[in-house]
Design a protein around this ligand. Structure first.
Ligand SMILES: [Zn+2]
Length: 256
């Protein structure tokens, strides 16, 4: 059966309702046409030029990203600007773009949930933007850091007491370091997030709490592979003739 862009909008709506997105956000169909046929779809965290090139090469008609474009609004598409160049390239190649951002963060398909599952957390519960669970066994935070470096992001960094025991961990992928106090109040001994700023690291450490920064990309790139698997299974089940690809691009060019 032939799938259309609209089928993906409807599926994502069912998984992570777009109206759950924050007011400042920009989610849903951002480029393209609902009626366009889709045979290949590329999933990525960001619609970078490299990701669009990947889609062109794969002959994908649709890109689904976590982070939206047009985030700050724009009044032109002059190609001196990198984002405008990306948008124009998508339009020229007839590629549609759907973004599922803060609506996805609040769903079971979030990067936070993916991190929690990669770490084998048990009894995972969602409290607002935070996902909290118990580690399979209690360990020192420095041991947890090693696990996180192996499973999530090699460049992860720990703030606070490396010898402290941790059994309950709170996770919020992306950039939400101010969530540490919420994590502590929820009974966690440590908090995994990205983009930890100095003042929040200081405040947390002074309050005898531990923060682990696995980066914005590191904590959210985890959502791509389970999302690709989930969408592919759905497409197979409903017998849509579509292949789902997970982007292999690194937005910082570290793999290049
Ligand atoms: Zn993000």
């Amino acid at each position: 059966m032939q799938a259309h862009v609209n089928d993906f909008i409807n599926k994502l709506q069912e998984m992570a309702p777009f109206e759950n997105a924050e007011a400042y956000d920009n989610v849903g169909l951002l480029i393209g046409h609902k009626g366009r046929t889709v045979t290949r779809v590329l999933l990525a965290l960001d619609a970078t030029e490299e990701v669009v090139d990947e889609a062109v090469k794969l002959q994908a008609e649709l890109i689904i990203t976590h982070h939206p474009l047009f985030f700050r609004g724009r009044k032109n598409l002059v190609e001196d600007d990198p984002e405008a160049r990306v948008i124009c390239k998508m339009i020229r190649n007839n590629i549609s773009l759907i973004s599922a951002h803060t609506n996805l963060d609040k769903s079971a398909y979030s990067g936070s949930m993916a991190c929690a599952e990669l770490l084998g957390l048990e009894n995972i519960r969602q409290e607002g933007l935070l996902f909290v669970g118990e580690l399979p066994k209690s360990m020192k935070t420095k041991e947890l850091l090693t696990v996180i470096k192996n499973k999530i992001e090699p460049d992860s960094r720990l703030y606070g007491d490396a010898d402290k025991n941790v059994s309950t961990l709170a996770v919020c992928g992306g950039a939400y370091d101010e969530g540490w106090a919420e994590a502590k109040a929820l009974g966690a001994q440590a908090y995994l997030t990205g983009e930890v700023r100095h003042h929040n690291a200081i405040a947390a450490v002074m309050d005898d709490f531990v923060l682990i920064d696995a980066g914005h990309f590191g904590t959210e790139a985890t959502l791509i592979s389970p999302l690709a698997t989930y969408l592919q299974k759905w497409l197979n089940d409903v017998q849509y003739d579509v292949t789902v690809y997970a982007s292999v691009s690194d937005p910082y060019g570290r793999l290049g």
